[in-house]
Design a protein around this ligand. Structure first.
Ligand code: HGY
Ligand code: MN
Ligand code: MN
Length: 412
């Protein structure tokens, strides 16, 4: 088979742009396809129609993960999966997640065009609710699939309007019954950070994914008059939230290998001249180092407790995500490295700062990730962009890796 089998970049870009049209909103520059929303349902329907055009066998599992599988010469063998997610954050770019799913579909399209036979079946995967913006935890589809979260518990998770996951799945017609047991999993993704672009490197050989801990906190104090209440008489949850966040930013700055973000905050009653009674907020803490990850989680909870006591506040906290750092199998990382080098692409090894379905698929099968540069490291923003040539390089490496694991190409 021609060593230089390449993906069709124009077609990949067209698919990215077509999918990227779903979820456009008045007043936003980017795309918003929150998990299990009407927009997510439309994107899923488009993806399934593209899978059917390629004669893939489409399976939807009980948490709504979609798999499109191409037959191999030996149906007894487990499928090699390639994929990511097509749900997005609010006002997102068109590459996060979608590039991994459509890069996988492009690999299938090329195998079909060339009539290439693989021993193992090869498939495209689109996992449910990777972003975790509407329903927590994030990476919900792959987390349930790997047995890390009970299906019934996931079904009961509710969004801010009280809609449950199971009802939302049913509303868009993706409450499935299927099951796919993978041989291996590859996830192609834009880096979403600045490392590759800054170094001018073409392919990121991902060694692992950092740990992610999320909390939802309701910090309660007492509403009072902003103009008459002296500071020492206040029970101000916003002041408590600010102290926790500022303190944790200092903590992670000193640590140097961790990050902390308060990305969502709602105050009650929410009036300019009222000391708030409630601060309802989220905390996102991450580190690739196991000890730093463990210690930092303890630090967040310790500080929250101390601040509440000192400021006369009460609180409820819920851990809504707790994904440990993962380190991919050496031989899978080496496969990505060798495939990229064989193509003559420059490479750099790095961990992923963003969470991915790969960190849970790693639990159930040999898993690897391939990164391509994000211009200026921008992501989770309409400004997210990757050069066409880089999109092509990443998908070519995905093609090679999948064919090695599916039994066509020889390992180099
Ligand atoms: O939060 C993350 O890192 C991922 O985009 N869900
Ligand atoms: Mn993603
Ligand atoms: Mn994302």
């Amino acid at each position: 088979m021609d060593e230089e089998l390449r993906i069709d970049t124009v077609r990949l870009l067209r698919s990215l742009n077509d999918l990227g049209k779903i979820g456009r909103r008045e007043g936003f520059k980017g795309v918003t396809r929150l998990a299990l929303s009407e927009e997510d349902g439309k994107a899923r329907d488009l993806l399934v129609s593209w899978m059917e055009e390629e004669d893939l066998a489409v399976t939807v599992d009980p948490i709504g993960n979609i798999f499109g599988v191409r037959e191999g010469t030996n149906p007894a063998l487990k499928p090699v999966l390639m994929g990511s997610h097509i749900d997005t954050v609010i006002d997102a770019g068109i590459y996060d997640g979608a590039y991994g799913v459509l890069g996988a579909l492009e690999v299938i399209r090329r195998l079909n065009e060339e009539g290439i036979e693989t021993r193992h079946p090869v498939g495209v995967a689109a996992f449910t609710n990777e972003e975790g913006v509407r329903f927590q935890p994030d990476m919900m589809g792959s987390l349930v699939k790997c047995g890390g979260y009970p299906l019934e518990k996931a079904y009961e998770r509710k969004d801010d309007e009280g809609v449950a996951v199971k009802d939302a799945l049913r509303n868009i017609g993706y409450l499935g019954k299927g099951k796919i047991d993978p041989e291996a999993y590859f996830e192609l993704h834009v880096e979403q950070g600045p490392v590759l672009h800054k170094r001018g490197v073409e392919i990121g050989v991902v060694e692992g994914v950092q740990g992610i801990a999320w909390w939802r906190v309701a910090l309660r104090g007492e509403a009072n008059h902003a103009g008459t209440t002296p500071l020492d008489m206040r029970k101000d949850p916003m002041a408590g939230t600010a102290e926790l966040y500022a303190g944790m930013l200092e903590y992670v700055a000193v640590k140097g290998n961790a990050l902390c973000t308060v990305g969502k905050l709602r105050l009650e009653p929410g009036a300019i001249n009222v000391v708030p009674s409630l601060a309802d907020f989220t905390v996102d803490y991450r580190s690739y180092d196991d000890a730093t990850f463990r210690e930092g989680k303890t630090e967040v909870e310790k500080r929250l407790g101390e601040i509440a006591v000192r400021r006369g506040l009460t609180y409820e906290k819920e851990t809504t995500a707790d994904a440990q750092p993962v380190h991919f199998r050496r031989e899978m990382v080496a496969l990505v490295d060798a495939s990229a080098k064989r193509r003559g692409y420059s490479t750099h090894r790095l961990p992923s700062g963003a969470g991915h379905d790969a960190q849970f698929m790693h639990v159930i099968c040999p898993t690897a990730m391939i990164f391509v540069p994000s211009i200026n490291g921008v992501s989770h923003s309409p400004g997210e962009k990757t050069e066409a040539a880089d999109l092509e390089h990443g998908a070519n490496v995905l093609l090679d890796c999948a064919l090695v694991k599916a039994g066509v190409k020889k390992e180099s």
